[in-house]
Design a protein around this ligand. Structure first.
Ligand code: ADP
Ligand code: MG
Length: 709
């Protein structure tokens, strides 16, 4: 059969329906997909070792002949064991066993010449033996499973390494047809080997040095695409027109003067960036980055107010109802000190915006004119949003439901942007009835992203960073708590609660839908309320509660009815309870540093001294957690996380909009910078990539893949 890149894997020899569906689960449907299915590591079996030289725990490859092979059953578990004795050319022997592969005794027989790769250990009677080694009959001089740098593929149960290797070897027949789409000039400049060579070498490396070249080439092309994508999407955004929002300087100054605190310099600076951007007809596309508690909401409020003063709407979408409501409350507080002016929202000086809150369970309006907050029917709020009487609109995903239309959005803000997909962001941007102008866009995040990484992940954004914390904050005292010190810690918490403070207890969970995590939190809640703190009011908050229940618990904690709140990571972002001064994190080793830092940011929000206790029984994780004890700087922690755990973990599993990289990593900082330079040059010469049609379509395809939820 003639194999092409488009041949379906199901047509390949030895691939039946079952194997094809297993491959599909790995995202492999065609021969080309197979070639693109890169190994994630290699075992070095490149040297053939005489049996006499074998050391325990060292991976080796041997060549020899089978002297004996037989199956037997273990008495107790009825497991099948295949035992063999191998002898090499020097006459030395080594035993070898496999489990539950009785057919081996048939396919391999006495006298078969065989290559084995594996890591011998001491076995029966303290003699070295191979256990389940890779094996291959020696027929010709080419080996794919043994005696070389053997590729190890990411795989799921039911597909063996051997099968995948075999299939990839088959696919390799068509490797000459893959196109090499990196422009020649760049290839020469960057010393890249050809794509074809790189693909061959990545699967079946001939030597460490050529493998390194292959890796460089394939990482380069991936990162190069991410960079081109960043440049072209930025270009795209710049082609549409936005509302030029006039800076209402006097009104904004009087608003700032009326705030219950003095803005930090960074808050002023970032607010200024945003206001300046919004003055242009080129749509703003800015990321506001600031550590938890750095006061991003006040900056957003300034931008939204200025937008409302231009008589167009500002909208802020938050990932949870708790956060949306909190923003609503914060805005009311911030506006409370501003004196309303008679002219509603028109011309200089009129500060009289109406703020709306819309989530699935709540619909409220606040008018600054009479400083009144009222609950309306959902229909009324939807109407106010549609006809423009609601100037500042806050809410959750509820805002992007079909039934909602805005009169005219001048500024769209997304809080904790990593919780949203690009699709949702797009939907929000397209909500205006007036479609001639597109909104300015601001996203906010508390995930401190190192700059190098930000350029890659958000290469199409401008970046504003709030580095300073408001002055009144005392650094939080962080301690790692050994299981033996649990009771003393509880004693400490008890005494603080007696003094009127409150505490969080976070239980590990990975996803909000994770029922195990909810179970853990529920059990912890029961244990704490019954056994540990019987005289203290303990509450429970997790993602599976109904919105109403969540809100009730949240309000009870806010108002001090609940003293200790046991929660899953629903409290991870944004929640603001100034009276809570203690954060306990159970199973702290399971979280990334950046995430732990987010949890910690829930306390220390007022003048009281606050504490963060990391409970862990994993002594080996102590070093990593120490970083949290030693620094309160979110950026430093993010850098450490990035090197220790990689970007995937840093952003959490739900992070979307991250490039979908097969081989490169966001930690390949030098290569990122290099590809960025090349992409920039190419982009400047040819912004629409019209002389590079293949590249253009790849970038488009890549954009779709990357921006998948
Ligand atoms: P985040 O950046 O995490 O979203 P918030 O905007 O929720 O932080 O602000 C955290 C708290 O700090 C709020 O209670 C807010 O009122 C307060 N705050 C904001 N800016 C300042 C400041 N300059 N000085 C004092 N407190 C501030
Ligand atoms: Mg916030």
């Amino acid at each position: 059969m003639n194999i092409t890149l488009n041949t379906a894997v199901s047509e390949l020899w030895k691939v039946g329906k079952v194997t094809a569906s297993r491959l599909k689960k790995l995202g492999v449907e065609t021969v080309y997909d197979l070639l693109m299915y890169y190994p994630f590591r290699y075992d070095d079996f490149s040297v053939i070792t005489p049996i006499a030289n074998i050391q325990p725990h060292q991976p080796v490859t041997i060549h020899g002949e089978i002297m004996m092979i037989a199956n037997k059953k273990t008495a107790r578990q009825g497991m099948n064991i295949t035992e063999a004795m191998i002898q090499d050319a020097h006459g030395d022997t080594i035993p070898c066993i496999w489990f539950n592969q009785p057919y081996l005794a048939k396919t391999l027989s006495i006298g078969t010449r065989i290559a084995l790769s594996g890591t011998p250990e001491y076995g029966y009677r303290n003699a070295l033996q191979f256990t389940s080694p890779q094996y291959e009959k020696i027929i010709s001089s080419s080996h794919i499973h043994t005696g070389r740098l053997v590729p190890i593929y990411p795989t799921t149960a039911n597909l063996t390494q051997k099968q995948i290797r075999f299939l990839i070897q088959t696919a390799m027949e068509s490797v000459n047809n893959v196109s090499d789409w990196i422009p020649d000039a760049i290839k020469t400049d960057a010393h890249l080997i050809s794509r074809k060579e790189a693909i061959k070498e990545i699967h079946f490396p001939t030597a460490q040095s050529s493998l390194a070249k292959a890796e460089r080439r394939l990482k380069f092309e991936e990162l190069f695409l991410t960079q081109l994508l960043a440049f072209t999407s930025r270009n795209h955004a710049q082609q549409s027109q936005a509302h030029a929002l006039h800076f209402h300087e006097d009104a904004i100054k009087s608003f700032v003067a009326g705030l219950p605190f003095i803005l930090t310099d960074d808050q002023k600076k970032t607010a200024w960036h945003i206001i300046q951007d919004c003055e242009h007809t080129m749509p703003m596309n800015r990321l506001l980055e600031g550590d938890v508690g750095s006061g991003k909401t006040a900056v957003a409020a300034i931008a939204m107010l200025n937008c409302a003063l231009n008589n167009v709407q500002a909208v802020l979408m938050a990932p949870t109802e708790i956060l949306a409501r909190q923003h609503f409350q914060t805005l009311m507080e911030l506006f409370a000190h501003t004196s309303p002016q008679p002219s509603p929202c028109k011309g200089e000086g009129g500060i009289s915006p109406t703020i709306a809150l819309l989530t699935n369970s709540e619909h409220r309006l606040y008018t600054l004119n009479n400083k009144k907050q009222k609950t309306y029917t959902k229909k009324q709020i939807i109407q106010a949003i549609a006809d423009g009487t609601a100037h500042i609109v806050l809410g959750t995903h509820a805002l992007i439901q079909e039934a909602i239309t805005f009169h005219s959005i001048g500024l769209a803000i997304i809080d904790e942007q990593h919780r949203f997909g690009v699709e949702q962001r797009k939907m929000l941007m397209q909500k205006s009835i007036q479609t001639a102008l597109s909104p300015h866009f601001l996203s906010m995040t508390a995930t401190p992203i190192p700059r190098s990484l930000a350029l890659t992940v958000y290469g199409d954004l401008d970046l504003s960073v709030i580095k300073q914390m408001p002055k009144n904050r005392k650094p939080i005292i962080t301690r790692i708590i050994h299981p033996a010190d649990r009771n003393t810690t509880y004693e400490f918490i008890r005494s603080h609660i007696k003094q009127g403070r409150q505490a969080f207890v976070i239980c590990p969970l990975i996803e909000e839908s994770d029922t195990l995590g909810i179970k853990a939190a529920t059990q912890e809640y029961e244990r704490l309320s019954r056994d540990v703190f019987p005289t203290i009011t303990v509450g429970l908050l997790h993602g599976k509660l109904k919105p109403k229940e969540k809100q009730e618990i949240q309000e009870k904690f806010s108002s001090g009815v609940i003293d200790i709140l046991v929660a899953t990571s629903v409290v991870e972002v944004g929640v603001n309870i100034p009276n809570a001064t203690i954060m306990v994190i159970e199973g702290a080793e399971r979280f990334g540093l950046a995430q732990l830092h987010q949890f910690r940011g829930r306390v220390g929000r007022a003048h009281h001294q606050s504490y963060c206790f990391l409970f862990t029984s994993h002594a080996e994780q102590k070093n990593r957690l120490e970083a949290l004890v030693n620094t309160t700087n979110g950026f430093e922690l993010a850098e450490i996380d990035l090197t220790l755990r990689g970007p995937g973990d840093m952003f959490g599993t739900r992070q979307s909009g991250l490039p979908n990289l097969r081989i490169a990593s966001l930690t390949d900082i030098a290569l990122i910078a290099e590809t960025r330079t090349h992409a920039k040059k190419l982009f400047e010469q040819d912004p629409t990539l019209q002389s590079w049609p293949t590249l253009k379509s790849l970038v488009e395809e890549y954009a779709n893949k990357t921006h998948r939820e």
